[in-house]
Design a protein around this ligand. Sequence first.
Ligand code: MLT
Length: 407
Amino acid sequence: MITINEHYNKLQASYLFSNIAKRVTEYQKNNPEKEIIKMGIGDVTKPLPPACIKAFHRAVDEMAKESSFRGYGPEQGYEFLRKAISENDFQVRGAAIEADEIFVSDGAKCDTGNIQELFSTEIVVAIPDPVYPVYLDTNVMAGRTGNFQKGRYENIVYLNAVKENNFVPALPEQKVDLIYLCFPNNPTGSTISRDELKTWVEYARQNKALILFDAAYEAFINDAALPKSIYEIDGAQEVAIEFRSFSKKAGFTGTRCAYTVVPKACTAYDSSGQQQLLHNLWSRRHSTKFNGVSYPVQRAAEAIYSPEGQQQSADLITYYMTNAALIRSQITALGYECVGGDNSPYIWIDGHADSWKFFDLLLEKAGVVCTPGAGFGTCGEGYIRLSAFNSYENVSLAMQRIRQSLD
Ligand code: MLT
């Protein structure tokens, strides 16, 4: 008899963003005359930077000729892209990350979801609340949790990110082995200072723990004092894996390209207490389960690091951050407290109301789709998240409609 992985039965019925999409489709079906503005899932709306498109086309042309055609590439990514990443994203900021410590992939969602395969199911996992649901759901699937009780899974150490701690969780009171951190944060848009990040690195070093640092939104950091990479902190290379993405930085949500950094100094332990290199394990996993990102996509990603590409992707960020500033100012003017939107594309709004009810109200009265905070965890209850990824015109119209429906 074929039997299932019963840990899947512990999961909530559907993935947060699929659930929202279903509700919105249903609403549209019943109200076909209503024009909806989507500010829920963080999906970009502007096209790829021209420098990326040019490189993409050029690479497609190469694939059309026998002399330049390429079949399977290296699973970890082409050297040209890994080198551009290590030099431009790390070495210029004083973080000594080498090209062969970069693993190019098709998304930070997949990488942050898959990385837990490297670790025992017996470890103690610490996960922020609220949180990007992938970290939690993939640990549930792997069997590291108990059942879902009163909004939380048993056997997970939740790290509350709430108003009182500026949405930066405190160190756990009990000893944990694996820690998920995301800054600039999804969903709250909060950021972490260098000193705060240092305390996490010290905790990991003292407790033989590992930090999974999701930096998918680093490109939105305006404040030069904030760290963009955990490797800007001394000693982090031994205790942290970092995830980055070209999705929001350069419009690659549909094109798919991201990368994960596993430094060669980064270790975990086997059951006899011997240190094992996580680089070897991730490399083994990557080459067994993945055949690499397509050549044209990697050429398009490489072009982000050209002078034109840098300027064009910076312009995209500025565009979305202008939206974020508009959302922040309008929401504040309406008397709601919010965070985010200054170094991140997400604005986390205290709605002082049931967040799914607030979601329904915005959808029905304003025709605006947000993400209900409760979907990210119990600490998200009462909040909604608005994403700045849309056209300025749509964001302005959405804010006008929200003003009219909440005033
Ligand atoms: C979000 O809206 O939280 C993100 O777009 C989801 C993702 O990156 O997978």
